[in-house]
Design a binder for this molecule. Structure first.
Ligand code: SF4
Length: 507
């Protein structure tokens, strides 16, 4: 992949002679995806506030090199601590590739005293770290805001690598596989107002629409809340990020005022699983518009939408409404615990039509437990009804069900790939003739890999190691063949899911 030239605003460069701990924050995917993640800005700013720490960033794709930092080209191996954030299961291949390329032993047990300590966090590993244990020295289970500083202190106050890992194993929310101490309790921050929020965020100095521009454009990311008041049975966020917590209206205004002052942008992107849960959401948007700020509000529940909020968001520059009905029938939606009726969805669409929004995107899951043929037809029917009401562009995003550990569907196998393909075909044929409606689907082969990793155990390490050496979809196939382990069938194996689950030591 070609390397793109990159200049940024608000990067932090320190003279390493003045610091005690060198940290590499790694995002194992593209620069664009990594810079869209609030975690990147949060850890970077928070750690660099400390005089004795220098934190620099590494991305798998699109920067000068995956093993040279964006800031000073510091070699990945020269850090004391390397932290990976894993948002998508398949990115584990990139983690292993980055370690190997940097000449850091990719098997944790082979690392020597002079090698960096490799830690990993993110929702995927908080739900089930087992498949990645072969490569990682310590996992952050839950929210890393405070524990990250304690981990840095362990490095600071230790004589050796082993000593530091021993200290880390004592921290709540840290899992060190080589020092078994179970169960592991998820770390959750109760009062978000008391937590540091980055206001001086890094912005790439690139033209609008450029490949390196973050997904929400040049925007200040503002975290409104964590967790969700609902608990849909398939949803990782609805389970591992509980309970729902929101920042106060006053705090959010303070963050935005300071943020716009320190970050040269005129756009605010709100981050929260369900934004409409904030009681003052309309007031907040209004307050931003009064200050001439553009708005991006990616996650709204259909039943929290009002005409006023749509008018305000449109004024703030948003043009696409995103709704997640998850399934076409109210029956299945009730089973999922989504608590959203067809009427609520159609009402939201009508409001968007009246408010003259340009487009609507609807997220569905196919291959869900308890789903039958009628549920797939119901997606087509719902899409038809939506097209009758809404005159703009309509996108149906239908992705295969990926069972996730630590959700209430963790014992529900994924349907075999041929059944998922058949369902996608049925859906595409049904939608084909509806005007202005297009369908996007995730390749079921990727969904199958995600599911196998999500429900996997320690044995996955051998597969990942070989798959990483080949790369891509073909790498997984070759790894299955060479190890003789039934990787692709793991998520389809109903019998296995009836037995003890490997991730049950995570509380
Ligand atoms: S699917 Fe949406 S509403 Fe349901 S638990 Fe997840 S974030 Fe909450």
């Amino acid at each position: 992949m070609g390397k793109l030239s990159l200049t940024e605003i608000n990067t932090v460069v320190k003279d390493i002679r003045d610091v005690d701990v060198l940290i590499g924050y790694c995002y194992p995917s593209t620069y664009r995806a990594g810079m869209t993640s609030l975690a990147t800005h949060l850890f970077y700013s928070s750690l660099n506030r400390r005089k004795n720490i220098s934190c620099e960033r590494y991305f798998r794709y699109d920067t000068y090199s995956p093993i040279r930092s964006v800031e000073t080209k510091r070699h990945l191996k020269d850090n004391h601590l390397i932290g990976f954030s894993l948002s998508f299961e398949e990115d584990i291949l990139h983690v292993v590739q980055m370690l190997s390329e940097a000449n850091i032993p990719h098997i944790a047990a082979n690392r020597m005293n002079e090698d960096p300590i490799v830690i990993m966090g993110g929702p995927v590993v908080s739900a089930n770290p087992c498949p990645y244990e072969l490569f990682i020295d310590a996992f952050v289970i839950g929210e890393g805001d405070l524990v990250f500083h304690s981990i840095a202190d362990c490095i600071l106050n230790s004589e050796s690598r082993q000593d530091a890992l021993g200290k880390m194993a004592e921290l709540q929310g840290v899992y060190v596989p080589s020092i078994k101490k179970q169960p592991i309790k998820r770390q959750i921050m109760q009062n978000l107002d008391e937590l540091f929020h980055p206001t001086k965020q890094i912005i790439p100095d690139v033209p609008e629409g450029a490949k390196l521009e973050p997904v929400f454009g040049k925007a200040l990311l503002v975290e409104v809340g964590r967790g969700c008041g609902h608990s849909c049975k398939f949803c990782l966020v609805g389970h591992i990020c509980r309970p729902r917590r929101l920042r106060s209206f006053e705090k959010l205004k303070e963050i935005i005022t300071k943020g716009i002052n320190e970050t040269p942008v005129r756009k605010v992107a709100f981050i929260a699983p369900t934004l409409g849960d904030l009681p003052e959401f309309e007031q907040l948007v209004e307050w931003c518009i009064e200050r001439d700020l553009e708005i991006s509000a990616p996650s709204l529940r259909a039943d929290s939408i009002s005409r006023k909020s749509l008018d305000l968001l449109m004024q703030g520059g948003q043009r696409t409404l995103t709704i997640a009905p998850e399934t076409g029938s109210s029956r299945l939606r009730n089973i999922l615990g989504k608590g959203l009726t067809d009427e609520a969805i159609l009402k939201a669409v009508k409001l968007a039509a009246d408010a003259k929004w340009y487009s609507i995107k609807l997220y569905f899951i196919i291959g869900l437990p308890y789903e039958d043929e009628k549920d797939i037809l119901a997606i087509t029917n719902l899409s038809k009804q939506i097209a009758e009401i809404f005159p703009g562009k309509i996108t149906i995003s239908a992705n295969p069900f990926v069972p996730k550990a630590n959700t209430r569907f963790e014992r529900n196998a994924q349907s075999p790939i041929y059944i998922i393909r058949e369902k996608i075909r049925t859906l595409e044929q049904g939608i084909n003739n509806i005007p202005r409606v297009t369908v996007e689907t995730l390749d079921p082969r990727h969904a199958r890999i995600q599911a196998s990793l999500s429900l996997g155990d320690k044995k996955m390490g051998e597969i990942i190691k070989i798959a990483a050496s080949y790369g891509g979809l073909g790498g997984w196939r070759r790894a299955e063949k060479e190890t003789g382990l039934p990787f692709f069938a793991i998520a389809n194996n109903r019998e296995r899911l009836k037995g003890p689950l490997p991730w049950k030591f995570i509380q």
